[in-house]
Design a protein around this ligand. Structure first.
Ligand code: C2E
Ligand code: CA
Ligand code: CA
Length: 557
């Protein structure tokens, strides 16, 4: 609760709603972005329209650029610095201006207030070349004032010239920074922090001598470019620098992480090359076995693919292109059909029938999973109602609940509204919750689950055994069923030890009065083994593959 100074208090939701309505009055695309994860916390209508809900993709890129990250070190309290960046947008294929300020956010968090100006809409013509020129004239003073080595502006110019003037050579851009530099500043003081930066600058100057192929980009981020024959040459250079930096006279460790971009596509602007090297560097961070990483073109391809999919998802949902498939579940003791799992397929107008792994992970990132799952749950309820109306004995259906729902949705409300709308019993719906979800905030999740269970919904832990939490989990949570992960069964059943593990898992679940389902049951051998192990229910290709409702109806009734 936050007080407004008088007697009235506002809760978080009210404050968010007030901020959102203020943002809607802005005449430019405006968003508030989480200071750590770069997730979009709020965005106004203009931002949604400009990016067609793909703003988060741009943010990943913009917020991992040197200029923004450097704000972290400089800005400490509310609105104390605003930066303005002109960046080429891959999503819109034109330049945009980003005005970014660091602000204090709710719950003591930091966030960024972002205004995005569309240069085309504002009649500012900007080509990629214009952008480069702006970078070059942005800063006339080309040496970094603290370390007196080249700054980023000089680096861009030098690197660009070297690459363009030597078309016969291959170049790599390497960007690196100091792990936990902020902690060094906090623990040993800014003076020592500055000494570390100077030491690194001296090391680079020493190693590269007169070449001017290196720079301090900002705060603790440095860069260099080198020609290379084999990729191994780049790693060797990095190892040399890293060793020299590690051998120092400071009382503390200086660890560095490196990101590498291979500059073989000359149409990529140099600042983008550096940004990409930095993105690569971030994947190496916090990984003790890895101090450097190459920028992976896969990252870009994934982004473009995601763009394509996102372009179509809303329309497909409206057009009913997401199809419900059902996979039957059988009771092992008597072979009776006792339920079915609802699985989604996307009948894409151009790409054909797409399996869920091609789109669900993306929808879990962009939030569309909320809409899709609610649609699938509604299909499930409608199906059960249909069976009842046709005078058939309805079969319980299980639906998948994704990670996103637990934190972003009022599950209880959505689900109860649906069962009411179709006038079906809550006991006809089983909610499959993947095991890894329980790792996050087990108490919060458990509270939610108890409510759902009290309403009569059946709960199932999906993918049981896939994570590390299984044993602890089974002790602490309220569910009705565990579903043993299909990989677990597949790989473990081959070994004697594996059989013992599954047997004991089932025994333990039974002692705790939990029902056990095995998924991925593919062979007669699986079935026999599971029967012997007192497993209750089986689902898998051995019995049937997931199928459309029309086929399921023929098959099951
Ligand atoms: P899941 O919940 O673990 O679903 C079971 C998956 O195992 C399904 O894959 C099913 O086709 C597959 N399967 C069933 N029997 C066998 C078998 O004998 N052998 C093998 N190798 N596989 C078997 P599918 O349909 O491709 O779905 C993959 C995942 O996508 C699901 O895993 C689930 O996590 C997610 N998913 C599917 N539909 C939805 C949905 O509507 N909403 C959400 N949130 N997730 C969904
Ligand atoms: Ca499932
Ligand atoms: Ca599963």
């Amino acid at each position: 609760m936050i007080s407004n100074g008088s007697t009235q208090q506002f809760d978080k939701e009210t404050i968010m709603a007030i901020i959102e309505s203020i943002m809607c009055t802005e005449h430019v695309a405006t968003a508030i972005v989480d200071g750590e994860s770069y997730e979009i916390l709020l965005e106004n209508q203009l931002a949604k329209e400009l990016f067609e809900e793909k703003l988060y993709l741009e943010c990943q890129k913009i917020f991992s650029t040197s200029e923004v990250i450097s704000m972290d070190c400089v800005a400490t309290s509310s609105v104390d610095k605003t930066i303005s960046l002109i960046r080429y947008s891959e999503v819109l294929d034109r330049a945009l201006t980003w005005e970014i300020s660091k602000i204090d956010w709710l719950d003591g968090k930091k966030a960024f207030l972002v205004h995005i100006l569309d240069n085309v809409a504002n009649k500012v013509p900007m080509s990629k070349e214009d952008l480069l020129r702006i970078h070059n004239i942005e800063e006339k003073n080309c040496l970094d004032s603290l370390t007196h080595i080249p700054n980023y502006s000089m680096f861009y110019t030098n690197a660009e010239q070297a690459i363009l003037n030597n078309p016969d050579k291959s170049y790599a851009i390497v960007v690196f920074d100091i792990d936990k530099f902020k902690t060094i500043n906090d623990l040993y003081g800014m003076t020592n922090g500055d000494l570390v930066l100077k030491f690194i600058a001296d090391t680079l100057r020493d190693l590269f001598a007169e070449e001017d192929n290196y720079a301090r980009m900002h705060s603790d981020m440095f860069a260099f470019y080198i020609p290379y024959g084999k990729k191994g040459d780049i790693i060797k250079s990095i190892e040399k620098i890293r060793k020299r930096i590690e051998t120092n006279e400071f009382d503390f460790h200086i660890n560095t992480s490196y990101g590498i971009f291979l500059a073989d596509d000359l149409s990529v602007p140099i600042n983008l090359m550096c940004d990409r090297a930095m993105i690569a560097g971030r994947t190496a961070k916090g990984n003790v076995l890895k101090f450097c990483a190459f920028y992976d073109e896969q990252f870009r391809e994934d982004m473009l693919r995601a763009n394509e999919i996102e372009k179509d998802m809303h329309k497909s949902l409206e057009n009913g292109d997401f199809k419900m498939y059902l996979q039957p579940k059988y009771r092992l003791s008597n072979g009776e059909l006792c339920g079915a799992e609802v699985l989604c397929r996307w009948l894409h107008p151009e790409k054909g029938l797409m399996p869920p792994m091609e789109f669900i992970p993306l929808f879990e990132k962009n939030g569309f999973i909320l809409k899709l799952d609610e649609y699938m749950w509604e299909q499930a309820c409608k199906t059960i109602r249909g069976w009842i109306d046709e005078g058939r004995q309805p079969i319980p259906l299980s639906v998948n609940i994704s990670r996103y729902h637990i934190h972003h949705n009022d599950l209880e409300k959505v689900l109860t509204n649906l069962v009411k709308k179709y006038d079906i019993s809550t006991s006809m719906l089983t909610l499959e919750i993947t095991e890894s979800l329980f790792l996050d905030k087990p108490e919060e999740l458990n509270r939610e689950l108890v409510k759902l269970q009290n309403l009569g919904f059946k709960l199932e832990v999906d993918d049981f055994g896939a994570g590390f939490s299984s044993l602890n989990l089974i002790r602490n949570i309220t569910v009705d069923t565990i579903k043993i992960d299909r990989d677990f069964l597949d790989s473990e059943i081959a070994s004697e030890k594996g059989k013992i593990v599954i047997n004991h898992t089932i025994d333990m679940a039974k002692d705790l009065r939990l029902q056990v389902i095995a998924e991925g049951v593919e062979t007669k051998e699986h079935v026999d083994f599971l029967k012997n192990s007192r497993c209750d229910i089986a689902q898998g290709f051995y019995f049937a593959r997931p199928m459309p409702l029309s086929e399921f109806n023929k098959f099951s009734f």
